[in-house]
Design a protein around this ligand. Sequence first.
Ligand SMILES: Cc1cc2nc3c(=O)[nH]c(=O)nc-3n(C[C@H](O)[C@H](O)[C@H](O)COP(=O)(O)OP(=O)(O)OC[C@H]3O[C@@H](n4cnc5c(N)ncnc54)[C@H](O)[C@@H]3O)c2cc1C
Length: 498
Amino acid sequence: MVRTKEQYIKDLGRMKSNLYYDGKEIDRLDELQMPCLNTIGTTFDVFDDPEFKDLIQVKSHLTGEIINRFTHIHHNTDDLHKKQDMTRKFCQRVGRCIQRCMGCDAANAIYNVSYEADKINKGETNYHENFKKWLLRFQQKDLVAAGAQTDVKGDRSKRPADQADPDMYVHVVERKKDGIIVAGCKLHISEASVSDELLVIPTRALRPEDKDYAVAFAVPGDYEGVTQVVTIHNLREREHFPRGFVPGFTDSYLIFDDVFVPWERVFLCGEHQHGGTLALLFGLFHRHSYSGCKPAVGDIITGTAALAAEYNNIARASHVRKKLAELILVTELGYAAGYTASDLGKPEVFVPGVGFVPYGPGSFIPNSIYCNVGRCLTGENVFREAEIITDISGGIPATFPHEKDFVNPKYKDKLYKYITRNPKIAPENAAQLWRYIGDMLCSATGGIHLIGGYHGGGSPVMEEIAISSQYDIEARKNMVKAIAGIDDKLNKKRLDIK
Ligand SMILES: Cc1cc2nc3c(=O)[nH]c(=O)nc-3n(C[C@H](O)[C@H](O)[C@H](O)COP(=O)(O)OP(=O)(O)OC[C@H]3O[C@@H](n4cnc5c(N)ncnc54)[C@H](O)[C@@H]3O)c2cc1C
């Protein structure tokens, strides 16, 4: 069954309260969460919309039923292309992050890793079947899941088992006959406060002594022992001049206070190598999602910069054209990288020093190099994009008078007169654009998006590590040696003499 937005909201309304915001307990349907619910709600609203239908509707490989692609496991390159295009289209619609990809990315990663872990454990574990049962319900009930990867991490110079406090990474406290007890805290977890389920996975590569940190599981968002401390990023409310779409976002600290997880909801427990792979694979799927959302944000930024230039009547200036070209270049290169990652997708992962090896039960994994170069390029450009809009707009969004000034009969006409720049543009529309850019750059929400755009999906340094460790630099060195006429035998001779 696919849900409507109303059913999704109703289901959240039935959950127990474990959300805290600004010192107070709040309900899932608190007014403050509504803009966020409306944003994710779009993914339910357009299920039959001819513009979205072909991208969002997909056949489940488990049941053959038509499900929402946000709950799907990719099974061919077309799935990967459609995931990328669907993400771009949704983000264009809401003007920012669509917020439903984390659960899908975590599900795809766990689907593969749980299979490999069972294989190595020679049938002693049941992680993959456990996960498939969870996935079936996820698909059939059309659920929203948060992807909870990032641990608080305490002292960055120490690995999980070396931390003074073991709770700095979510870990297994006790293994019991019927399940495990986990403790710790995941932070920055987007949309956990509006998710039906929380998919919890490790954050980083793990050593044998970190085995208790190699844990993956799912619990409902309101589960016993889980406390969510939520930050809610809403725009300043408008009374007189509403926006066309009002997005909202939330992020949670998820505190796990000795939480019991039954075995059927555990997908990894103690296999340190697989814990590291799961962390990397989630990062990979999530960076592939970024190849849809970042180009959409690029589309919005480009449109905003072009409108600001038009409304300032400087659209023909050569520096404006150059800056628009720069925005388009990053946007489309980010998309092209994702497109290539989709096209080269296969049921394989790249192992440094070995190359591509078959991985998982046959579902498709996007190409790692292209996911990482695309996300790194677009992630590093978020502040440059903000700089370009700041440059083209001038100072007006920063000091733009508040709404009520534009309805005060004493001086509103004067204000409209003094904000007129392009005679072809109605000052009322110009005012809407400057308010919109103010939301984008001069609000608390705008700042959060910049940090999220930079670090979300992994900081650029993480992508740089993935790129440089997986790229075949030796092959490039060999190309140059051949062209330059370098003979490695001479080096060898020199070493032999020493
Ligand atoms: C708005 C927003 C939404 C997010 N949503 C989600 C989500 O839904 N789910 C999720 O799991 N995560 C989410 N994240 C988390 C995101 O993936 C992390 O912020 C990112 O991986 C960086 O981790 P960090 O914040 O702990 O920074 P850190 O890793 O602490 O990075 C800070 C600096 O320290 C450096 N550093 C860290 N460790 C070392 C080391 N050992 N040696 C040398 N240098 C080091 C880093 O390179 C960086 O320069 C979100 C983040 C934001 C901002």
